[in-house]
Design a protein around this ligand. Structure first.
Ligand SMILES: Cc1ncc(COP(=O)(O)O)c(C=O)c1O
Length: 376
């Protein structure tokens, strides 16, 4: 007795390919750091459990953690307080309840394509209409106002932006952030800004959509920055009234974010900024290696991504990206076909460089061997 809306939601290809990999596969497919959170952060979760925090907490999240996040996010929008912050079960749930609580049947939501696999299904689950806008290699995967304007109708209610971006590694520069915000303000469009990779910017600095324009929900997470994807703690930043309303939805959805875990996250935020800095500089070295390797192979064209931890090279072999991913997998490398991120991702492949340099080199030897036999 599954309803039609749910039947149309298919498992995404990243999961499907992952299920086919085995323990010897070199994983350049998944979007998670190959690091573990610092030991004392893990100890802090253990301590909080021993202290009895194994009970429901506030649905808004731990007050001290909300205060700490408000302090750190004030670098993007001065004056934020805990009332601007809702702690969620990862960015995934923040995105889900933001759409659920803001759009209605018949509304249109613009989202980047190729783009993160949750955007389209989350818009549909909220019963709105997904309207993809292109982000292309020729423009360094940065959205263009003319593409947004071309797709705008009187039903356009919200715009999803993602910088640094998954799968492209594209980073939206300050000027474009300003132009998009002005455009959204002019047409009274809500901006939902996925900023989960804000710490992973290699050249220049992250520019948030939080700023002068108020109709913004910024979504973030500790999954990537503290290498704790399995801990499921994220947050949103927006107007206090909206936090109250979306907080209600959230309480019916999950009761509260995981309670003891939040003490570990709080400790990490207060004490472990150096962990993030070191991880990001390791990723930068790996990025340079993998980009160089791709550009040495005829048939691939790879930009140097400015953020996140993915490269998104285009290719001109006579094969689909899914078939190519299967060939790599057969030889022992997990990658992600560009088509997993929407139809316009065809002709591109995503490789995550969240793996050791040795594994990246070994994986790239295999990739090179596979494509040597392909027709261009
Ligand atoms: C762009 C983007 N947004 C959100 C998420 C989900 O993050 P979380 O683990 O916090 O739910 C991911 C995870 O890959 C992502 O790449």
């Amino acid at each position: 007795m599954i309803n039609e809306r749910t039947k149309k939601i298919k498992l995404h290809e990243i999961r499907k390919l992952f299920e086919m990999a085995d323990e010897n596969t070199i994983n350049l497919g998944q979007g998670q750091p190959d690091f573990q959170p610092p030991r004392d952060v893990i100890n802090e979760v253990y301590r909080s459990m021993l202290d009895g925090n194994n009970i429901y907490g506030s649905h808004f999240g731990l007050t001290e953690l909300r205060e700490e996040i408000a302090r750190s996010q004030s670098q993007y929008k001065p004056g934020l307080t805990k009332d601007n912050i809702l702690i969620t079960v990862g960015a995934t749930q923040a995105l889900r309840i933001t759409l659920e609580g803001t759009v209605d049947i018949g509304d249109e939501v613009l989202y980047p394509e190729p783009g993160f696999v949750l955007f389209n299904p989350h818009i549909r689950l909220a019963r709105a209409k997904p309207v993809p806008y292109p982000v292309v290699q020729e423009n360094r995967f940065i959205p263009r106002i003319e593409d947004l304007e071309e797709r705008r109708t009187d039903k356009t209610k919200a715009l999803i932006v993602n910088s640094p971006a998954n799968p492209t590694g594209g980073v939206i520069p300050e000027r474009t952030v300003r132009d998009i915000s002005d455009w959204a303000r002019e047409h009274e469009i809500l901006i939902i800004s996925d900023e989960v990779y804000d710490k992973f910017v290699y050249d220049g600095k992250h520019v948030s959509f939080l700023g002068d324009y108020d109709n913004v929900v910024a979504i973030n997470s500790f999954s990537k920055s503290f290498a704790m994807t399995g801990w499921r703690v994220g947050f949103m930043v927006t107007l206090p009234d909206w936090i109250q309303a979306l907080g209600n939805l959230h309480s019916y959805n999950v009761a509260c974010p995981p309670n003891p875990i939040q003490y570990g996250v709080l400790y990490a935020l207060r004490e472990k900024a150096d962990f993030v800095t070191k991880m990001v500089s390791t990723f930068e070295e790996r990025r340079d290696i993998i980009v160089e390797r791709f550009n040495e192979i005829e048939g691939f064209d790879c930009l140097t991504p400015e953020g996140a931890f993915y490269v998104f090279p285009s290719f001109d072999f006579d094969i689909t990206s899914y078939e190519l991913a299967l060939k790599f997998l057969k030889e022992g490398v997990l990658s992600t076909p560009g088509s997993a991120f929407g139809p316009s991702g065809e002709g591109l492949m995503r490789f995550s460089y969240a793996n050791s340099t040795d594994k990246i080199q070994e994986g790239m030897d295999i990739v090179e061997g596979v494509v040597n036999n392909l027709v261009r």
